[in-house]
Every structure is written in C-alpha cells, then in structure tokens.
Design a protein around this ligand. Structure first.
Ligand code: PLP
Length: 641
C-alpha cells in the first residue's frame, strides 16, 4: 500500500544504496540527495538544485557536475595506495595520472589539475589535441605527463619541446616504427624526455573492452619488438632515458583476478628488462579500475568484484612480490585509472514529457450480450480476480486476448469491440500486478511477471538524447542507473522504458540495472501536474566525448555545483549547451544564409494577412537561437539563459 512506502524502499528499488552508497541517498521529502565525500552529512537536494536553476532561467535537460566527487575519488585513490604501501612495506610511490580520453572538457580537467595538485597527480594524453591542451595547463613539475597513442613526427617533436619546459614527460613507444622517429626528434630538439615502452599483454581483461588486451591488442609491442626497441635505443645512446614499462589491460575490468594476472605478466617483464640494464623506474599499470554501475559487486559487465582499496592492495602486492622474487627494486607505480576517478561526478537531469494519462474506469465499459465470448470472459475475470487466483486469471486473459485478435483478423469483430477487449485485458493485467506481493509468488511467477511488466510498460518520452548524453547505452549496451529525483517516498506504480527525442528506435533505454538481474522496465511514478525529472547517473567517464549529435541534438547546458560544509550549495560555473544555430553550423549550415532564404521566400510570396511573413521570420530567428530540446508548455522563451 502506498502509505507504507518509505524512502528506504526507493533506495533499494533503484539500487541507490548499492551503486551510490557513499555519495547518494534519499531525504525525507523523497528527493534524491548527494554529498561530496564521506566526512560530512552535508547532503544537497538534487530537486532543489534543479528548481533553483530553472527559476534562474536554465532549461532542462541539464548536466549537473559535482567536481568535489572527483576530488574525493583522487583522495581515496592516494589513501588506498598509501595504506597498501604501509601494510606491505612497498618502497616505491604512487604516481597517478588522469587519462584525458575519459573526459577532456576544459573545466573538468582544470578542476582535476587543481584538486590533484597536492598529490602531484598527472595527466595522460593519447592524441595531438590532448597533448596541446595538457602542455598549456597549470605546471607542476612533479606531476607526470604520459604521452600514449599512435604518433607522428609532429606529436613526438611537440612532446620533446614540451619536455624542455616541463619535467616528467614520458613519451611512450606504442609501435616499433615510432622508435626511429623518437630518436630523430630527441636529437633534433636536444630534449631529454623520459621514454616508456608499451607492452602487449598476453593476458586478456575480459568484459566489454576485452579487445584492448591480449596478443591481438591494437597497441603495444610484443616481447621480441620490445627487445628490438631496446637495441635501437641502446645504439642511439638513449637507453638512460628509458624509464617506464606500460600496459593497459582494458577498461572496466570486472574481475580482480584478471587484473592480477595482467600485473603478474607485466611485473615479470619489468624485472627481466631491468636485468638487461635498462634503467626502468616506473611501471604504468594503465586504466581499467571498474565502477560498480549496478551495485551488484559481481563480475557482470556493469559491475566489479572489488573496490578501490582492494585494487590498490592487489596492484602493490603483486608487483612487490614479483620484484622481491626477482631481486629488483620496487618501481614507482603509475595508474591511469580514469573511469574510477570521474564517473561519479556528473548526472543528466531531464524531464519526462508525459501528461497524466486518461484513466479508463473499467466499470464504465459496457459489455453487451452481443459481444463475443472473450470479452465476456475478460469482464468476468475482472470481477473474480483476487490474491488466490490471479496467476490463473492472468494465463486465461492471455488466451482471451489471443482469441480476440484472431476474431479481429478474421473480420468477425469491429474496431470498437477490439478496443473494448484491449481495455479489459490491460485492466486484468494491472490487477494481477497489484496482487504479486509475496516472495513465494515472485519466484513462482517470475517469468510472467517480467512479461506483465513489459506488457503494461509505458514508453516514457524524456527530454534528452540518448546519443548525446548516454552514448555508451547505444554503443556498447552499457547500463547506467536511472532514478527519479523526486517522489521517492511514494511507491512507483507504473513501469516502462525510456524513449529519447531522436527519431531512432535505438534511442530507447530498454534495460535497467538491478541487483539480481537486468530489468526490462523501470518503475516510475504516474505523471502528475508537477514536473517529473529523471537523473541519469554516473555519466562522468567517456560520455561527454563519445556523444554524437543525432538529429542535431547537441550538448545540453551544464552547471558545476559546489557543496559547502553547511550543506548549502552554489553554482560555480555554467557551461552553455549548443543552440539550434550552433548545432546547424556543425554541419556547415550558416545561420545568415538560412535567414536570408526565409526572407527571400517571404518577399517573393508577400507577407500576407496579419503580417504573417514577419511573424514567420521572427519565429524562425527565435527558434534558431533557442534550445534544440523541447520547451515544456508553460515555460517562456526559447530555452536560453
Ligand atoms: N589508459 C589507456 C591507455 C587507455 O586506453 C584507457 C582507456 O581505455 C585508460 C587508461 C583509462 O581506462 P579506465 O577509464 O578504464 O580506467
């Protein structure tokens, strides 16, 4: 019953207490809340933030960023490695870097550099634009800059020049062909950057990004190629610069055992290379530290069976035990964990664009003697259905519905009779769903329950683009938690899937996280008069840059929020999304030309009655400079700040 539903039930239903345990919760008002770290109870209310931003003229969808969550992840990463270091007596240090590929947004990276500064937290780049950005950021000579990725001469040369002005740049050889180029660039610039070698691991990571590891991986040198690279560098008298061995087993590695396997192989190779008198100092363990998106703490592809502390202790212990066995000093450890640092910090809040449904009162359905038998049977079911017989009634209703369809297809009943039958069938299903309560029923009725939920499930249209804001849902079938930000003190009685605004059937979220299994529908509240918002959670890794502009839906507005100690909050920065004009420009449409064409059209055809031409032009211009997303009825303007 509705009155028994508590915020705790929502915590459990949406898994907030599993995937978001440390940062997210529900308050007494039934609103989603979050806090920046574990030290305080300064939770802020997400619905209040949205209402305030909307009052100030911002439109949803809006991407909320909480950079303090990144800070907390950085602090935890260093604490976790520090703890392991003390526990095992590890002699080296952690030298972590943030991989720009995970989130290149300027404001996010500037925050990361700022928060990371006390720890000498560095950066990793994988392309020329990333290198260009990283070189221009605030300098910290103790922080490392790792240059990965396939390179041409201009990339290598720029990194060499950079190293004349910034210390601790490591140029990583990703392919044997890069060695002569690196030798040439070093000689030409007189620079002395450190050199790293990326190895191809035989061990594979598993999960969605399994291809990143293994012998067939795109990047890295095989063992014979590593020996050849060393020989070439020795001949060029550059061996003293070779300081790092690098590997990357893949992203979102769900099983700690796979990470340990990869580490063992890499640490063995590290020790062997040191024995060849190569002055290695760092082992770069790449990225891969996973996020438990579904909160199941399992090896499912959206989860992981370890946390940050276990990750840190496994990394240190494995490297240490192999180095000790081989009599090699403990290296400094570089981790390029990206997702694990930035995923939590952002969420997209978007409005459900549904109005209260027209409810049909089943008692008002007139069943006549002339109606066919299935209609009478369904009507009778409605009267007789109860907690003891609802499973049979549901099975019978399925048969009656099929009979009804056959009669319609044979031309024996008309459209009105079919509609009447469908209404009765849905009502029987609704009532069945209400009776499924007891644990034993849930087990016995599991398969039917899934069908039933799917059948009654509504397609909720939400004011966002899946391709723009959650592209991994489309690209790799990733699951992100989705949660209403209000009414969490109320039982959600509706179920459904989430449709975005694009004209693409792939623009629908049809799978949802669940601690037991994956759900086909999400439980939501029936729309009322108050705006109903959903939050798409843990979007801070990869989603910003993988976004695509399907249907010209572009980046939404963003608000950077800082949470204060007393639980109040403030907007640090607003980053404007792209309006229609800007989105059209990405495909070479020029706004001036467009407006001129419309002016010509109006001139040619005459402005018409009531100055319609001028009105058309005014609206054309206004829509051009307005939001590409839907403007809910009742909001004013074209969606700009
Ligand atoms: N380092 C390299 C070389 C990568 O290719 C990646 C991503 O795949 C990362 C680090 C970051 O990985 P993750 O975000 O899974 O930690």
């Amino acid at each position: 019953m509705a009155e028994l539903w508590k915020p705790d039930d929502s915590l459990d239903l949406y898994g907030i207490n599993r995937w978001g345990r440390d940062y997210f919760s529900v308050n007494r008002k039934g609103h989603l809340v979050l806090r920046p770290n574990l030290t305080g109870q300064n939770f802020v209310d997400v619905r209040e933030i949205i209402d305030t931003l909307v009052e100030r003229g911002l439109q949803t969808p809006v991407l909320l960023r909480f950079p303090q969550l990144i800070e907390d992840r950085i602090v935890r990463l260093y604490n976790a490695f520090e703890k392991a270091k003390k526990e095992y007596g590890y002699k080296g240090h952690l030298r972590a870097v943030f991989p720009l590929k995970v989130n290149q947004e300027k404001e996010v990276i500037e925050d990361i550099v700022e928060y990371g500064d006390p720890f000498d937290y560095g950066l990793e780049v994988g392309s020329k634009p990333e290198l260009i950005a990283a070189l221009a950021l605030k300098k910290n000579d103790r922080a490392i800059l790792v240059c990965n990725g396939f390179k041409d001469y201009s990339f290598v040369e720029l990194a060499c020049y950079g190293s004349l002005y910034r210390k601790n740049i490591i140029l990583v050889i990703d392919k044997l062909d890069e060695v002569p180029m690196i030798i040439d660039a070093i000689k030409a610039t007189g620079a002395r950057p450190m050199i790293g070698i990326r190895m191809k691991l035989a061990a594979r990571g598993g999960g969605k990004w399994v291809e990143s590891g293994g012998e067939r991986a795109k990047f890295g040198l095989s063992v014979p190629a590593i020996l050849e690279a060393i020989a070439q560098l020795r001949k060029a008298k550059l061996l003293p610069l070779v300081k790092m061995l690098h590997f990357h087993i893949g992203s979102q590695i769900t099983d700690i055992k796979r990470i340990i396997n990869g580490l063992r192989e890499a640490a063995r190779l590290y020790a062997e290379i040191v024995k060849l008198k190569v002055p290695l100092k760092y082992i770069d363990v790449g990225g891969g530290m996973a996020i438990d998106y579904d909160g199941s703490q399992s090896t499912s592809s959206t989860s992981c069976n370890y946390d940050m502390e276990e990750y840190a202790s496994s990394v240190m212990y494995t490297i240490m035990s192999i180095c000790d066995d081989e009599g090699v000093p403990h290296p400094d450890i570089i981790t390029e964990a990206g997702r694990g640092i930035s995923a939590y910090h952002s969420m997209l809040v978007a409005r459900v664009m549904e109005k209260p449904a027209l409810s049909v009162d089943p008692s008002a359905i007139d069943v006549e003697t002339s109606d066919p038998l299935p209609i009478h049977e369904l009507h009778q079911s409605l009267r007789e259905i109860g907690p003891k017989n609802y499973i049979e009634e549901y099975h019978d209703a399925l048969v009656h519905r099929d009979d009804l369809m056959s009669l319609f297809n044979l031309g024996q009943i008309d459209i009105k009779t079919r509609a009447k039958g469908e209404l009765l069938f849905r009502e029987v299903c609704r009532r069945c769903l209400k009776f499924v309560r007891r644990e034993e029923d849930l087990e016995e009725f599991e398969e039917e329950l899934t069908d039933l939920k799917r059948l009654l499930g509504h397609k909720w249209v939400v004011n966002f683009s899946l391709f723009q804001s959650t592209p991994d849902v489309w690209g790799v079938k990733q699951l992100f938690p989705v949660v209403p930000i209000q009414r969490l003190d109320e039982e959600p009685k509706e179920t459904g899937t989430i449709c975005d605004l694009t004209c693409d059937s792939d623009g629908e979220i049809k799978k949802f996280i669940d601690h037991r299994n994956v759900k086909d529908v999400l439980e939501l509240h029936a729309p009322g008069d108050d705006p109903y918002y959903l939050a798409f959670m843990l979007l801070g890794a990869y989603q910003d840059v993988l976004a695509n502009a399907h249907n010209l839906y572009g980046p939404p507005d963003e608000a950077f929020i800082t949470i204060k100690k007393d639980g109040s909050w403030e907007t640090d920065k607003i980053v404007r999304g792209r309006n229609a004009e800007e989105m059209l420009a990405t495909m070479n449409w020029d706004a001036k030309e467009l407006v001129t064409s419309i002016e010509k059209l109006v001139l040619e055809q005459g402005t018409g009655e009531g100055d319609r031409g001028r009105e058309f032009l005014r609206r054309y211009r206004r829509t051009l400079s307005g939001t590409v997303y839907l403007i809910p009825e009742g909001s004013n303007g074209a969606g700009n700040l």
